[in-house]
Design a protein around this ligand. Structure first.
Ligand code: HSE
Length: 298
């Protein structure tokens, strides 16, 4: 079988709506081989679709069709470490594993840039799928169906503290509350900050992050969908967050923290949430992943 390892991703980074994303060192593992039937199972207790509606299978089928090949069936085994519907790129991880796995099974007819394009077309935006494939901090734009992207490493001065709530938020719902139009001042506000975010994460200019993370495109409209958001933001800054934002469409909230401060932040964050009666949230401190998806033969 082939094994595909795909990282979790955090999109938007506050100001870079639908364009910036980072890969994180938390991974789903997927084993895959051609088969006469559809045989899908999970190595953990996460409930997944086991028929053709399974997103990994469905994405793999797109590659077979694009290459003019019929997909008889697939044996897929999933190990799902990325929490679902939490704004950490779990659906992108499925899409990416499906298309990368299928491409490998077919003898790699598609180049990486084709895979990046196809993943973004399936997902609808490139800010999770691209870093899941290439790793690092990816800035992406779509023009005429093609993704124009560059990935750079994230400074090793920065870690990412995840506040993962006990509830889900579907991207569809989180997108449905956004306005159709924005003022020029709001557009300029985000453009300037997302450019600052990309340059600051790359260079490790920590003092810029608190400004770079601010946004007027999506977070103000989504905040009411995330219980305890204000308390978690406030707490994170009291504990020394360099910049706190809603990861992707939410509901996970991420604080960028100084790498030298990691242990204290995680310990105190957990204690303080309990003291405030905010229950069921998980705190995880992660690094940026620089490699992206990896395929091996087992
Ligand atoms: N950029 C997307 C959004 C990420 O914020 O809706 C979620 O997939």
């Amino acid at each position: 079988m082939i094994r595909i390892q795909v990282p979790a991703t955090s999109a938007n980074l506050g100001s870079g709506f639908d364009s910036l994303g980072i890969a994180l060192n938390l991974y789903n593992q997927i084993w895959m081989e051609e088969s006469d039937s559809v045989d899908i199972s999970s190595r953990d207790d996460v409930v997944i679709p086991t028929d053709e509606s399974n997103l990994i299978f469905w994405a793999a089928k797109q590659v077979y069709e694009k290459c003019g090949r019929k997909l008889p069936g697939l044996k897929i085994i999933q190990l799902n470490n990325i929490p679902m519907a939490r704004g950490l790129g779990s659906s992108s991880a499925c899409i990416v594993s499906g298309i990368l796995g299928a491409n490998r099974l077919l003898g790699s007819p598609l180049a990486q840039k084709d895979l990046i394009d196809l993943a973004a077309q399936i997902e609808g935006h490139p800010d999770n799928t691209t870093p899941a494939i290439v790793g690092g901090l990816a800035a992406s734009a779509i023009e005429a169906g093609r993704v124009y992207t560059v990935s750079v490493p994230v400074s090793d001065k920065i870690r990412f503290a995840l506040f993962i709530p006990p509830f889900e938020l579907k991207t569809e719902k989180a997108r449905s509350v956004l306005p159709e139009q924005y003022s020029r001042s709001d557009a300029v506000y985000n453009l300037s900050r997302s450019a600052l975010m990309a340059a600051s994460l790359f260079s490790g200019k920590l003092e810029n992050l608190r400004v770079a993370v601010q946004d007027k495109i999506h977070q103000p409209y989504r905040s009411s969908l995330i219980d305890d958001l204000d308390s978690v933001f406030r707490l994170s800054y009291e504990l020394g967050s360099l910049g706190t934002y809603v990861s992707g469409a939410g509901p996970t909230i991420i604080s960028m923290i100084d790498a030298d401060d990691t242990d204290n932040f995680a310990k105190y964050a957990g204690n303080h949430l309990e003291e405030k009666g905010i229950e069921g949230w998980q705190i995880k401190v992660l690094n940026a992943d620089s490699q992206g998806a990896q395929i091996s033969i087992e």
